[in-house]
Design a protein around this ligand. Structure first.
Ligand SMILES: *[C@@H]1O[C@H](CO)[C@@H](O)[C@H](O)[C@H]1NC(C)=O
Length: 300
């Protein structure tokens, strides 16, 4: 009885051990199968991602953007109760130049051209001490017109001006009226500064600190906005103010482009010298907004 019990116990133990071992092995098998299977799956997914990283990233970005709810703060009297998101690319820190893709729609660009087309007159330049209109002839061969936002009954310039203020973080009241410009084939603007150096132009009541360009047309060839002194290049005194060299920004309809003529300390940035390369094919239309360091009394 004792022996039997022992035997019985033993066989039970053996049975137990066997089933335990088989369960253990089955577990190991599924564990390994699962592990390698998931690794394989992960690899193939990674591969797929690697083949289209951009579109996936873009889709993700879009959905997060749409799904994210910002926890807005209570704005002050003149603030916004919404978030503004304006994509930009820093093109250069010297000069400080920033590109805003798709800043305006094609329809907005067309409307701005339509309101300016019949009103263009030859563009003029500010004369330095000792310079005459005759001596300055040929520096700037475009035609243009100044149109302020409150003059525009369509409201488009108002929308654009608001967006420029948000992009630059400088109040609208610092902007001059829009200068809508047209450059035909062969027309250009030789390299110059938008800021007025008091040594050359006499004392200034206010200074142009930044310029925002809204390109209204695609230009198939030529018409780039160029910065010959980008990053300190070509500053040895040999530059002829005509050659289209340095940083060049290709005009594309609806794109915005901002650059600063002054350093944060208020002195003129020598690298902000810029020009408009001659148009070779097509025509270039651009809406320029010069932004001053002082409020513009006429407008506000
Ligand atoms: C103003 O800032 C620029 C750029 O940082 C610097 O090169 C220049 O010396 C400064 N000028 C004055 C007067 O502080």
């Amino acid at each position: 009885m004792k022996g039997k019990a022992v035997k019985g116990n033993w066989s039970l133990k053996r049975n137990n051990k066997f089933s335990f071992l088989s369960v253990f092995l089955i577990c190991i098998f599924f564990f390994l199968a699962g592990f390698f299977g998931s690794t394989l799956f992960f690899h193939s997914q990674k591969h797929e991602n690697g083949m289209r990283p951009r579109s996936t990233a873009r889709l993700l970005e879009k959905s997060t953007k749409e799904e994210t709810e910002y926890n807005l703060l209570r704005p002050g009297e003149s603030g916004d109760d919404f978030i503004t998101s304006i994509p930009f690319q820093v093109l250069s820190w010297r000069p400080q130049a920033i590109y805003f893709p798709n800043f305006a729609s094609a329809e907005q660009c067309k409307s701005i051209i339509d309101m300016a087309r019949g009103r263009l007159t030859p563009s003029i330049v500010a004369l330095r001490k000792g310079e005459t209109e005759a001596s300055a002839k040929g520096i700037r061969t475009s035609s243009g017109v100044f149109i302020s936002a409150f003059e525009d009954k369509t409201g488009i310039l108002d929308v654009i001006e608001n967006k420029i203020a948000r992009a630059t973080k400088i109040p609208r009241s610092h902007g001059e009226a829009f200068n809508i410009l047209r450059y035909g084939v062969g027309q250009k603007y030789s390299s110059h500064y938008d800021a007025f150096n008091p040594a050359e132009y006499g004392p200034q009541e206010s200074q142009r600190m930044a310029s925002f360009l809204l390109y209204l047309t695609d230009v198939p060839e030529g018409g780039e906005t160029m910065f010959p002194y980008e990053n300190g290049l070509n500053m040895d005194g040999s530059y002829n103010f005509e050659d289209c060299i340095g940083l060049r920004v290709k005009p594309r309809r609806g794109d915005g482009f901002l650059f600063y003529s002054l350093f944060p300390n208020g002195t003129i940035d020598p690298a902000s010298l810029h020009g408009s390369c001659p148009v070779i094919k097509g025509e270039k239309w651009v809406a320029t907004k010069w932004i001053r360091d002082q409020n513009q009394k006429e407008d506000w």
